[in-house]
Design a protein. Structure first.
Length: 261
């Protein structure tokens, strides 16, 4: 099935919902879904952003801006991610329990606004990787229209580009806790260190940066073509150490999504 036929299928799925609340992050998948849903359903679509310490502040602000650009009504709900023991201890099933915690806030806001159905941005490629959160979403009755329509990540990017969305080539991002090995105690301070460090590096014009934390060692992943830019900025090492990292290393394998799994 080509992209145009999948878009038509997506519209059919969305229209069958009548009203829908999109669990929104501002990433390529959820932004494409929100815009497609708004085209299909108009004001019968809202977006809810779950704001927790696991997301960088710049990502929250960007999500609010992008959601408002779409035209849909956007809500930001604060979530205490540290209330979940599995999150604090970074257990291998962390995402399962965290998803239920986060989605409870989304469901609560949706209900207040008169929306019963929640949709997420899961796509066909997501089913190929380790995602305990997807199990929680299924148990909660969350629908995944992009997955149902058969969209792959590449197809979502192409469709988003065709729609003129600025997020079509947006670098993938993830929960800040993915920077830590499983069974590591997570604290607010540690998450802020990662957020500040990655912002410093991304400000150099380097995309898809991950600071994987191993004790006092920062193992930095980035696309290999940007290694020379990073190495040439001698003061970046000093700045990263000021944040709190003792040893700074560059992972020669480059950026790999889910490298801690």
């Amino acid at each position: 099935m080509d992209i145009e036929r999948k878009i038509e299928r997506l519209k059919e799925i969305l229209k069958s919902y009548k009203k829908i609340c999109v669990a929104y992050s501002g990433g390529t998948d959820s932004d494409f879904l929100l815009n497609a849903a708004f085209e299909a359903l108009g004001n019968n679509v809202i977006a809810v952003i779950a704001k927790g310490s696991n997301m960088a502040e710049k990502d929250i602000k960007d999500a609010v801006r992008l959601g408002n650009n779409c035209g849909a009504k956007v809500f930001v709900e604060n979530v205490d991610v540290f209330a979940v023991e599995e999150f604090r201890n970074n257990s291998r099933q962390r995402c399962y329990f965290c998803k239920k915690n986060i989605m409870s806030a989304v469901f609560e806001r949706a209900e207040k606004e008169g929306f019963k159905l929640i949709a997420d941005g899961k796509n066909a490629d997501d089913a190929k990787s380790f995602r305990p959160g997807a199990k929680a979403a299924a148990e909660l009755g969350i629908v995944s229209p992009l997955y149902e329509a058969g969209f792959t990540k590449a197809e979502i990017r192409q469709a988003a580009k065709n729609m003129g969305l600025e997020t079509w080539n947006k670098a993938s991002n993830s929960c800040l806790v993915t920077r830590f090995p499983y069974d590591t105690l997570i604290t607010e301070e540690k998450l802020l260190m990662v957020e500040k460090g990655e912002k410093l590096i991304s400000n150099l014009g380097i995309p898809s940066v991950r600071i994987r934390v191993h004790g006092d060692i920062a193992r930095i992943e980035m696309p290999p073509e940007y290694f020379s830019i990073f190495i040439s900025k001698g003061d970046i090492i000093h700045k990263l150490k000021e944040i709190g990292f003792m040893y700074i290393t560059l992972d020669l394998e480059g950026f790999r999504s889910g490298s801690m799994d």
